[in-house]
Design a protein around this ligand. Structure first.
Ligand SMILES: Nc1ncnc2c1ncn2[C@@H]1O[C@H](COP(=O)(O)OP(=O)(O)OP(=O)(O)O)[C@@H](O)[C@H]1O
Length: 317
């Protein structure tokens, strides 16, 4: 079998997002067009597909480029922490509030706020966000002061917000406010030649960070990389290349350097991994039982929603 060398595909770069795919380039051109307006944008895309990079690109292409860009992940924070991050609080507003804190809505005045996984935002915080979008004002926790703020909202979700509305978990009026311009970010698998280009892009990155110099990939490893579905998209691809770069030797990536899922095998039955596999199955089972409703799953497992989110990330769910 012959080895594969870098085909030197010349990517276009949009605020750190690399692509050679026509579909992606026209997606980014559309993003650049809507960047010039103040319209709220909702980016829908799979996990790890670059939604935050798209949001940064839109900010950098907008009139607000010299103002603040703030990002917050609604699924990774507890309700209390998210409320205080966004709205800020006055000293004594709740147990542990030992000093005043300025919220992101105020710190981002004039700039762009990126709300990742907005579908996970609790209903009471949604009410506060709606007020910001309608009246450009909000009230910090424990305060009666009304603060004015001018933010441009970009949100992202991997699931349908309309479905969350029908489940009674998302306000319909807010949905219309956040998805004035919906953008559908294609998954990595639909981006022509991006898997190939990004493999070499990340190999270059790890070549310059480490002592090892990789210049070739064996044919069977190459096929495995190109045929894999990549559910975790670019983040997963980068992790796989980092793993292969770290685990292998010499100047070639071999099939044995790729993680088991790329070789079509189940993960090895080692003790620590068995614990992870069991935990993964337990979470997946609860997700099925509760139709993907994360709060209910977290309650059933006796953990917080934020912990559930972290576990899902590390277990690749
Ligand atoms: N096209 C790309 N070129 C280079 N790096 C990329 C690209 N797309 C994503 N990445 C990298 O992959 C990682 C995930 O990207 P990002 O956080 O933007 O994805 P996301 O869709 O917001 O993820 P999540 O669903 O977890 O919120 C980041 O480290 C980012 O820099």
């Amino acid at each position: 079998m012959s080895d594969r060398l870098n085909p030197n595909l010349e990517p276009m770069v949009f605020s750190g997002l690399y692509t050679v795919s026509k579909k992606m380039i026209s997606f980014m051109e559309k993003a650049a067009r809507v960047a010039r307006t103040n319209a709220s944008i909702l980016v829908r895309g799979e996990s790890g597909s670059g939604k935050e990079l798209v949001a940064r690109f839109i900010h950098e292409q907008s009139k607000r480029e010299n103002k603040t860009f703030s990002a917050i992940n609604c699924a990774a924070l507890s309700r209390e922490l998210m409320a205080s991050e966004l709205f800020g609080h006055r000293k004594g507003a709740f147990t542990g509030a030992s000093h005043d804190r300025t919220g992101l809505l105020q710190l981002t005045d004039g700039g762009t706020l990126f709300l990742d996984e907005i579908a996970e935002m609790p209903l009471d915080i949604q009410a506060g966000l709606l007020r910001v979008l309608q009246d450009q004002c909000f009230t910090p926790l424990g305060s009666s002061e009304v603060i004015h703020t001018d933010i441009r909202l970009i949100s992202a979700t991997h699931e349908s917000i309309r479905r969350r509305v029908s489940e009674g978990e998302f306000r319909e009026d807010l949905m219309y406010r956040v998805r004035v311009v919906p953008l559908y970010l294609p998954p990595l698998i639909e981006r022509d030649r991006d898997i190939e280009m990004l493999c070499w892009h990340f190999i270059d990155e790890f070549n310059s960070e480490n002592d090892r110099r990789v210049h070739r990939i064996s044919e069977d490893a190459y096929d495995a990389l190109l045929q894999y579905r990549w559910p975790g998209n670019v983040r997963e691809l980068r992790n796989v290349i980092e793993y292969a770069h770290a685990i292998g030797e010499g100047n070639k990536i071999e099939i044995a350097d790729l993680p088991p899922e790329l070789r079509g095998e189940a993960p090895p039955d080692e003790r620590e991994e068995t614990v992870e596999v069991l935990e993964r199955e337990r979470i997946l089972e609860q997700l099925r039982m509760h139709n993907g409703h994360k709060q209910k799953v977290a309650d059933a497992l006796g953990i917080s929603r934020a912990t559930l989110w972290r576990k899902m990330k590390t277990l690749g769910i």
